[in-house]
Write a protein that binds this ligand. Sequence first.
Ligand SMILES: [Zn+2]
Length: 371
Amino acid sequence: MSVSARTTRVHQDALVWDAHCDSLLRAVVDDVDLGVASTAQGDLPAWKAGGIDAQVFAVWVDTIYGPYHAARRALEQIDAYYLLAEKYPAQIELARSAAEVRRIVAAGKLAAMIAIEGGLAIQNNLRLLRIYAQLGATSMTLTHTASIDWVDSSTDVERSGGLSPFGRDVIGEMNRLRMIVDCSHVSDKTIEQVVALSDQPIIASHSSCRALADHPRNLPDRLIEAIAKTGGVVGINFYNEFMDQRYRDVMASKVGQIIEVLNKPTSYPPEDLDRIGAERHHNFFRDVPFRPPFERILEHIDHAVKVAGVDHVGIGGDLDAGAIPTPLGMDGFRDYPKITEGLLARGYSETDVAKIMGGNFLRVFEAVRGG
Ligand SMILES: [Zn+2]
């Protein structure tokens, strides 16, 4: 990859943090070894080559698993993480605090965080939330694409008017456990309620700017500001449909809204869930009408910085869900130095680039999890 010597130095000196990837599901569905170099967007050699120091691994549960099978799907992915760490102890280690992140990175390893993606995984039961925390989960997005029994998604109908009374209990328990509340995916109203309720900084780990691409999954300026005011961070997501208005329009005209594609009411027999889940995983991103320019990534970062300030923006690429379609030149973790190069070219100081590339997320991790 051709980046300047200055870029290489700044990128290497920064603690580079990616706040969201879906590699664990790929490990489970395709039974791949994430320690081996591959053509996928993420694997241990790619994180190393891309200068990634800290990676948040999503434990994502498809809506189809419903409130009776979601925990099994989540636990399989946590197991996939532990098997990876057991096999490659010199390359990756779980971090539960900022001090652990720093120690692991100083040892030349990838600091790994586990994030539950989709409150569906707790099956309406705070005991399961606490068990995920015990297993090392340090954050949770409250929903995925569908509204669930206690909280509304940005890409589904409203069921609870934001958070239900149990949903408010979940936020309270997450605060008590010092699990970071992640507001990617939830409805605007839910974010407003979480901002008012949480006594700790909150994040949107993988959400881009609605002002640049009008998708309900993206954040309007006032909510980017609201998250920043908690001391939190918004991580820019690279998925084309969140990056580029024309791409969004083409996809909406071709396949409809997420609510129609992913959230159709279903009740599959339990024995069919894994087969259907694998089909959905493999097929969802198959249709790629075109690739927007790399500049889109920088434009979203720029916009979020203008709205929230440079202390409240980070990266949550959302890579590796069976290869999400991304802007040209962003083919996986190996391309992350290009973001550093693009930010320097846009006139960001080296200090500010380091904040965006990871320092800001580390600050939130420290504030919630301790030093
Ligand atoms: Zn997501």
